[in-house]
Write a protein that binds this ligand. Structure first.
Ligand SMILES: Nc1nc2c(c(=O)[nH]1)N(C=O)[C@@H](CNc1ccc(C(=O)N[C@@H](CCC(=O)O)C(=O)O)cc1)CN2
Ligand SMILES: Nc1ncnc2c1ncn2[C@@H]1O[C@H](COP(=O)(O)OP(=O)(O)OP(=O)(O)O)[C@@H](O)[C@H]1O
Length: 196
């Protein structure tokens, strides 16, 4: 069972960094935001098997942008997948994303998030790039609090897990529970942390 004190600590870090990451992303000059997370570092590309299905996300305001990575891997012939939600109590799944350029295959889903249609084939990513609210230099990760990623990673422990984040999302320490799944590596605009 989750410790109420840890849950409270997570909530407080989440609130602080959610706000800070939106402010940070909005403060970047346009010339900078056009270039950050433009291409994955070579060391990350080298971690991706040739036929790997690549799980990505459609970034919310404040999150590290992921659309350039989607185009990059799509152009290299990989299948791209995005999270697909039913509701808060149903495990997250992934469906194929066929148009990383125009996003013509996406529609509003649960929570008002843009996601694939029900008709898009369900796939299981081999490499998962994921957003986060906070991380540590050891590869610990704090998410939005839905538990969607931790539950999915718990059920798919062999997936390569790569966090995308702003440098300012790093914290010295995170409260960790047994279900928290650490990252394989973290990419920021200035650094590659890991593979751990
Ligand atoms: N871009 C992106 N896509 C993603 C995620 C993400 O973090 N980023 N997810 C990562 O999980 C999943 C969506 N997770 C979500 C988790 C919470 C809420 C949300 O709206 N929560 C409410 C209430 C939360 C609460 O009960 O306190 C809110 O924040 O107001 C939305 C999506 C799948 N897709
Ligand atoms: N593998 C799991 N099995 C059962 N419950 C889980 C699992 N992983 C997470 N949870 C539950 O999900 C909720 C959110 O967990 P937590 O606060 O660690 O999420 P998070 O890391 O912020 O979010 P996410 O994993 O979606 O990015 C908690 O109630 C937690 O107990």
């Amino acid at each position: 069972m989750s410790d109420p004190e840890i849950i409270q600590q997570k909530k407080s870090i989440r609130n602080r960094l959610r706000k800070a990451r939106v402010e940070h992303a909005a403060s970047l000059p346009k010339q900078v935001s056009a270039l950050v997370f433009h291409r994955p570092p070579t060391a990350v590309v080298d971690m991706v098997p040739e036929d790997a299905v690549i799980g990505l996300y459609r970034a919310d305001p404040g999150e590290a942008p992921a659309s350039s990575y989607a185009k990059f891997f799509f152009e290299r012939g990989h299948t791209i997948a995005l999270p697909w939600l039913v509701d808060l109590n149903t495990p997250m799944r992934f469906r194929v994303h066929t148009d990383p350029y125009g996003e013509s295959d996406l529609a509003k889903g649960y929570f008002g998030l843009m996601q694939g249609s029900e008709d898009a084939p369900e796939v299981v990513p081999d490499v998962l790039f994921m957003p986060l609210v906070a991380f540590t230099a050891k590869g610990d990760r704090l998410g939005q609090g839905g538990g969607f990623y931790d539950k999915w990673l718990g059920a798919h422990p062999d997936v390569i897990r790569i966090g995308l984040a702003w440098d300012m999302q790093e914290v010295p320490e995170l409260p960790i529970e047994p279900h928290d799944m650490p990252l394989t590596a973290i990419v920021t605009p200035t650094r590659l942390l890991g593979p751990f």
